[in-house]
Design a protein around this ligand. Structure first.
Ligand SMILES: Cc1cc2nc3c(=O)[nH]c(=O)nc-3n(C[C@H](O)[C@H](O)[C@H](O)COP(=O)(O)OP(=O)(O)OC[C@H]3O[C@@H](n4cnc5c(N)ncnc54)[C@H](O)[C@@H]3O)c2cc1C
Length: 448
């Protein structure tokens, strides 16, 4: 390995690359780096980190740029743009897929489906990078059965904060593996990952089931989280006439397209409004890409480019039943009716195995995501919404809830210590060992 004094500083970057690296999907925080490395190899990343570490210069990775509050920025340091590390290779024999950290999940899906396979869990939107999804955690509509995206990783290739290129897995350097998955980029940057796959169905049937009150919705969500009748279950609260909210479950089951489908068996005992149910058959590829259309629409209306003060919380299910309807009735959340999406998702504790991916105690959990769009050029409104996120976060913590890191929320080191709770000292130990200069991914503000 070269010594850090042999390394030459990475060149600066064109102004537009610096501006891009100082922005993210949140469009709220903007910290300008000194330079941007458009990485083409793990060695280039190793050299950059070896140069920056001893000099105390921050280094952060950028994948799909979907961070919401500057978590991937590097104030006065270097952003490693992972986009060119996008190679994806499916190994059907092993049911695995080897991906560069900059590959987007949509590239992963394309390569896996070509072999009749798919990752068991995928987030709804496929625009995040492999490295971004694995460093934060990432849940999807199949999470009630298969946990988080991080629960399906066989091996990682990383560059640590000491500039070492290492491979880790549950069998090899497990301490590093556990410190990297959902580790918020604190100990290493992910260069590549081997993901486990499962057979993919060709066709699925999608049910959209509307409930006009929260109680029957949560009763159904609880039931569907616990039995295996649907492969995918997610939900939304949707504004209804008269200032109230409807609750929709979107549930999906594979189907052959041959035999008459057993709709009654799947939805006959649920408590939704039978007159408004929607049933539709889709190819699995169409289903997995279901957000592409929304993205096109939001880009066309300009909402995609506006500030996104989003917040995602994991709640104990019994707390969600009262907290969700109560907060949706509050004045502070009324903006969500016009410009936003309220997502709900059942999760089950026993499927979540990634040590650093924190979750509430108990088996039945509910993910709540408030995905709001703020008007452009209204910094006061954005500040107010971020403050509302902070207030809601504190309420959620008081009832046993946990943050899904990555939201538009100011966090202090003491908050992070409480967030990681029993695994904090493990993470702190790994940080001292693998990133002793504390230069990696400072945007989360984990350390004083
Ligand atoms: C429209 C939309 C829909 C979403 N839907 C879901 C969903 O359904 N479920 C869900 O769980 N989440 C969802 N998310 C959240 C998203 O998956 C996470 O924010 C994810 O971390 C984004 O990854 P990225 O590569 O796009 O982001 P980036 O902004 O590039 O990175 C996010 C964070 O990961 C770090 N990072 C990126 N690459 C690496 C790497 N190679 N090594 C180490 N650290 C790295 C960055 O430094 C930053 O801190 C959604 C976000 C958006 C904008």
């Amino acid at each position: 390995m070269k010594s850090s004094s042999d390394l030459i500083p990475p060149p600066g970057a064109p102004a537009e690359d610096l501006a891009r690296a100082a922005d993210d999907f949140g469009h709220i925080v903007g910290s300008r780096p000194l330079g941007v490395l458009a990485a083409r190899s793990a060695d280039e990343i190793r050299d950059l980190v070896s140069f920056a570490g001893p000099r105390g210069l921050p280094v952060s990775a950028r994948g799909g740029g979907q961070a919401l509050y500057g978590q991937g920025q590097a104030d006065g340091g270097y952003v490693v743009d992972m986009a060119a590390l996008d190679e994806v290779r499916c190994v059907p024999r092993d049911r695995t897929l080897v991906a560069g950290a900059g590959a987007l999940l949509r590239d992963v899906v394309r390569a896996a489906l070509a072999e009749g396979l798919a990752p068991p869990v995928l987030p709804d939107h496929l625009g995040s990078s492999v490295g971004g999804a694995l460093s934060t955690g990432s849940f999807g509509a199949a999470s009630h059965r298969y946990g988080a995206v991080t629960d399906w990783v066989r091996e990682l290739e990383v560059v640590t904060g000491t500039g070492e290129r290492l491979t880790c897995s549950p069998e090899r350097r497990q301490d590093l593996f556990d410190a990297v998955l959902a580790g918020l980029g604190q100990c290493a940057l992910i260069v590549g990952a081997t993901l486990r796959l499962v057979p993919a169905p060709d066709l699925v049937r999608r049910y959209r089931l509307y409930h006009h009150a929260p109680e029957p919705y949560f009763t159904d969500q609880r039931r569907l989280a616990q039995d295996a009748r649907f492969s995918h279950v997610t939900g939304q609260a949707r504004p209804a006439l008269g200032g109230v909210w409807d609750y929709m479950i979107e549930a999906v089951a594979p189907h052959s397209g041959q035999l008459p489908h057993e709709d009654e068996l799947l939805i006959g005992d649920l408590g939704h409004d039978r007159d408004t149910e929607e049933i539709e058959d889709l190819s699995y590829a169409e289903y997995l890409h279901r957000m592409d259309r929304d993205e096109r629409l939001l880009r066309a209306t300009g909402e995609w480019q506006r500030p996104h003060p989003w917040l995602t919380l994991l709640l104990p299910e019994e707390a969600a039943v009262s907290l969700v309807p109560a907060l949706l009735a509050e004045e502070a959340q009324q903006g969500l009716r016009a410009c936003g999406t309220v997502q709900l998702r059942p999760l089950t504790g026993h499927t979540l195995r990634t040590p650093l991916l924190r979750r509430p105690a108990g088996e039945l959990l509910c993910l709540l995501s408030l995905m709001r769009t703020a008007p452009p050029d209204h910094p006061d409104t954005v500040r107010r919404l971020v403050a509302a996120n902070r207030a809601l976060y504190e309420r959620a913590v008081a009832v046993g809830g946990v943050l899904l890191p990555g939201g538009a929320l100011p966090m202090l080191p003491a908050d992070w210590r409480a967030h990681f709770g029993p695994v904090w000292s493990e993470l702190a130990r790994a940080k001292r060992r693998f990133d002793p200069y504390a230069v990696l991914t400072r945007g989360y503000r984990l350390w004083p």
